[in-house]
Design a binder for this molecule. Structure first.
Ligand SMILES: Cc1ncc(COP(=O)(O)O)c(C=O)c1O
Length: 510
């Protein structure tokens, strides 16, 4: 268990030009959880299994678990029993005064789930809190280590890491950042281009000479291959070296000794619409961090805890030739599927490098929230994780996830406004475009993804998660399909039919 400070003590031209943050004035319904209520939202009476039951009208099939949260579906008796039992023992205990069995057992379970690679756990309540803690622990780790100049973070454009000032500063999400721009710290948070193989197109890049990597900022219009098209393998390798060079250039620009950490989502969720990185990408990013002594922070708030078919997304990573490698982070944030919505739960997992120093030097992280290590939150998360394990649900995620991806692709392949269908496990995104050839996105003001969401709920009785920004510069529409891990093949097929029906209906009317 972690210690807390006691409170008493195709060509790159297809990536759209970036607007400045001040240019962007659209309202923030871009991550599927708008700040102002969607008009006509149904009032909820109950939720059970894979369905929401509104007060009025037929039940709604849950194809996204809310914000990718309800990984076991709704009303699961075992989890309710475990939470209730904990509440009957004690509902709250300050982490500064007591150790509690649920937190200890949950920490042990989590550490074991990483094969002992992660060694400390801080239990919190939201993804933003876990990311905020990761940023602070990165900086404090380097202070303990005698490298206080490491205060810079590198993340990516078109990324979302949370809503608090630190987590929003590290996010590269234009519309979410825009209203708060003056409060976000440009001196410590830096963004490199997203890893977006759909829009960057692997085949457009030629291998970079490794010796150039440290010093040059690669042009976004890296020379396209001239004569014959490269083989798939060499195109993939060239794309990887292009992405590696972008990160190297950021280190070089900031001064490698000033970088505390690189923050990445292994499969980009709400900001890009379930965009997996190509094989070898994460390993390549980690190698750059290792070369310069910086930490790698993985944000698995949305893609972790089983969502992509392994307990931790990094366990499913492969190298560039497709061999499983596992890319162990130094710090890792989890949330959403962690307690499946049965409690507001998140955690920061601390890897051997940071935990080892803390242990050796008896250091205590200068950080603490009132509700850290909440016993009811821990009991809920532990019960959810044990259920996933007991019921063999990771296998179901892999099997039904493959089916979901295949059916979505088959069903939507010919639709002129579906640009891309991508994902991993039970984490699939559909990106909408005006033109499949040019990949031109719709004008944001049209709210295409929101229209699909509304039509899906109102007319097809299926809930999907919608977002904007996947084409860069705040443009691009997508929806995400993230059913519970215990979904059946029959319901997967039904989800695809209803979602495809809603998409067809929206574009027929547009
Ligand atoms: C990848 C990622 N990181 C962080 C967060 C922030 O989590 P929360 O909304 O629980 O604060 C989110 C939320 O959507 C997310 O998707």
């Amino acid at each position: 268990m972690g210690q807390f400070l006691s409170t008493s003590s195709k060509s790159t031209s297809r990536i759209l030009p970036r607007k400045t943050e001040h240019d962007i004035t659209e309202s923030c319904s871009d991550l599927g959880h708008p700040q102002t209520p969607l008009d006509g939202l149904p009032v909820l009476k109950k939720a059970k299994g894979h369905y929401w039951y509104p007060v009025k009208g037929p039940k709604i099939l849950d194809a996204c678990g809310g914000a990718g949260v309800a990984c076991l579906g709704h009303g699961c008796r075992d989890i309710i029993k475990a939470v209730t039992a904990q509440m009957e023992s004690y509902t709250y205990a300050s982490y500064a005064h007591f150790q509690t069995t649920p937190v200890q057992e949950l920490s042990d379970w989590l550490i074991k789930s990483t094969g002992g690679q992660m060694q400390k756990v801080y239990v919190m309540c939201s993804g933003s809190e876990a990311i905020e803690a990761a940023l602070k622990l990165s900086v404090e780790y380097f202070r303990w280590k005698g490298e206080p100049e490491r205060v810079n973070f590198i993340a990516r454009h078109d990324s979302y890491h949370g809503t608090t000032l630190g987590s929003l500063s590290v996010s590269g999400h234009h519309t979410r950042r825009a209203p708060f721009h003056p409060l976000l710290s440009p001196s410590h948070f830096h963004h490199i281009p997203a890893c977006n193989p759909y829009r960057e197109e692997e085949g457009q890049y030629q291998p970079q000479h490794p010796s150039n990597n440290n010093t040059t900022t690669p042009s976004p219009t890296t020379t396209p291959s001239s004569s014959s098209p490269p083989s798939a393998a060499s195109a993939a390798a060239a794309y990887l070296s292009h992405k590696t060079a972008q990160l190297e250039a950021a280190f070089a620009r900031l001064g490698p000794h000033t970088v505390a950490a690189v923050v990445l989502e292994p499969v980009v969720g709400a900001a890009l619409g379930c965009m997996p990185a190509p094989a070898g990408y994460l390993a390549a990013m980690k190698a750059v961090c290792a070369r310069h002594g910086a930490l790698l922070v993985l944000d698995e708030v949305m893609c972790g805890m089983g969502r992509v078919g392994s307990t931790h997304a990094w366990q499913g990573e492969t190298n560039e030739v497709g061999e499983g490698v596992g890319v162990v982070p130094d710090l890792q944030a989890v949330a959403k599927g962690f307690a499946g919505g049965y409690a507001p739960a998140s955690a920061l997992l601390v890897g051997a490098r940071v935990a080892g120093l803390m242990e050796r030097e008896g250091r205590v992280f200068t950080h603490g929230h009132t509700y850290q290590n909440h016993p009811v939150v821990a009991a809920a998360a532990l019960a959810v994780q044990r259920a996933v394990e007991r019921e063999g649900l990771l296998e179901n995620v892999r099997v039904q996830g493959a089916l979901l991806g295949r059916l979505l692709r088959e069903r939507l392949r010919m639709h002129p406004n579906v640009g891309d269908v991508r994902g991993r496990g039970l984490f699939w995104g559909v990106e909408f475009v005006k033109d499949r050839g040019t990949k031109e996105p719709f004008e944001p003001g049209l709210g295409v993804a929101e229209k699909v969401h509304k039509t899906a709920v109102r007319e097809f009785r299926v809930l999907v998660y919608h977002g904007q920004g996947c084409a860069g510069g705040g443009r691009g529409d997508h929806i995400m399909i993230m059913p519970a891990y215990n979904i059946s093949a029959k319901l997967v097929a039904e989800i695809v039919e209803r979602v495809a029906g809603a998409i067809e209906e929206v574009f027929r009317r547009l």
